[in-house]
Design a binder for this molecule. Structure first.
Ligand SMILES: Cc1ncc(COP(=O)(O)O)c(C=O)c1O
Length: 364
């Protein structure tokens, strides 16, 4: 293959654009960086930074960067296993949840098989499937974002993998457990349940994943644990699948020893993490109610740390208006039943009030 062929092969992969960098926007608007509200990536803005800084300092002091990671993996896997009522050999550590998606789509799906997902959903699923040369098929959620397990199974011919995002990004609802389990029980292929936001929802399927042959659950430290910048995630499944993926397919040393140590230490601070999660849930209620009270805005209920809302103005216009006021959201566009939607991260009250004020200006 030459360079032209290589580049043209990638033309329909799409580019993952995380949004305008805060520093660039601040410079463009001539604003201090700390006035920019970054509410587009569902990071946890509630965990006190001081706690994270202590954990980072301790982990840094214990890390010898001259050495490859050693026993840190076993320590973190052991703590995660305890947390989830699993055993260490049922945990696959990775550099973020994205690496679990990559690992599963690279190795659990045969060439020629289809990856199926209910949509709208996380953009990395179609993108990764296309990069791996797999066919990607969508089954749309209905206008109430409800999942119909039987319908998904009816559409599942040729599907080697079904990916379900639960709670779903961007619709923010948690899919009913029975419907998800109908799919797991009825499919011959594998099911990846992406629980990146499960800490903010009502339930997890990790216990089921330990008992099933075809279910793998993805978790991440990016959303509830405040470590989006360090890239730490994991998969949980039966030990045969977990060990095969981790030992035979995963690149060695994918997660730096320092990051593994930070993850383990943060699990020792779980009370603080849980408090932050509870606070997110309280502030989420305030955000949904405030959005709903605004003229021309409809907010959807959320089981995650973000809220999806529809506007009666074109979403691009709302997005640009907010950007000019230093507020970065995620553009979503059309979802079933609504043409103009945006997504906003749940943030501490003071930030939310500034966002609401800016949105109020844009909507009038
Ligand atoms: C649904 C979902 N899954 C996975 C990820 C990836 O998370 P990570 O930062 O762990 O790679 C994200 C990140 O936005 C997400 O929204």
């Amino acid at each position: 293959m030459n360079l032209d062929e290589f580049v043209s092969c990638s033309s329909d992969f799409g580019v993952y654009r995380p949004g305008e960098p805060v520093e660039e926007l601040a410079a463009r608007l001539n604003m201090p960086v700390d006035r920019i509200l970054k509410l587009n990536a569902n990071e946890n803005l509630f965990l006190p930074r001081s706690i994270l800084q202590n954990v980072l300092a301790e982990a840094a002091a214990e890390t010898d960067p001259r050495l490859y990671p050693g026993g840190e993996e076993a320590v973190l896997a052991g703590k995660l296993a305890k947390l989830h009522g699993a055993s260490s050999d049922q945990i696959v550590l990775a550099a973020g949840g994205d690496q679990i998606i990559d690992l599963v789509m690279s190795n659990l799906v045969k060439q020629g098989d289809t990856v199926l997902a209910v949509t709208p959903t996380f953009s990395m699923y179609p993108r990764t499937a296309k990069i791996k040369g797999l066919t990607f098929r969508e089954v749309p959620l209905d206008s109430r974002f409800a999942l119909d397990g039987e319908r998904v199974l009816e559409e599942s011919q040729g599907a080697g993998l079904i990916v379900l995002c639960n709670p779903n990004n961007p619709t923010s609802n948690q899919l009913p457990r029975e419907e998800v389990m109908k799919i797991v029980d009825g499919l011959e292929g594998f099911v990846l349940v992406d629980e990146a936001y499960a800490e903010y929802g009502e339930y997890s399927l990790i216990r089921e994943a330990l008992k099933r042959e075809n279910l793998i659950v993805l978790r991440t430290f990016s959303k509830a644990y405040g470590l989006a910048g360090l890239r730490l995630g994991y998969g949980v499944t039966n030990s045969v699948l977990a060990r095969t993926l981790a030992e035979r397919y995963m690149m060695p040393f994918s997660v730096p020893g320092f990051v593994l140590r930070v993850g383990a230490k943060l699990l020792d601070e779980r009370d603080t993490v849980m408090e932050a999660i509870e606070e997110v849930k309280r502030e989420r209620g305030f955000l949904v109610d405030s959005l709903d009270e605004m003229e021309g805005v409809k907010a959807f209920p959320s089981d995650a740390n973000f809220v999806l809302f529809a506007t009666d103005k074109p979403y691009g216009e709302v997005y640009d208006g907010l950007l000019e006021r230093g507020v970065i959201l995620r553009k979503i566009g059309a979802v079933p039943g609504y043409s103009d939607c945006l997504r906003v991260t749940v943030a501490p009250r003071e930030i939310t009030l500034r966002f609401l004020e800016a949105l109020g200006e844009v909507m009038t």
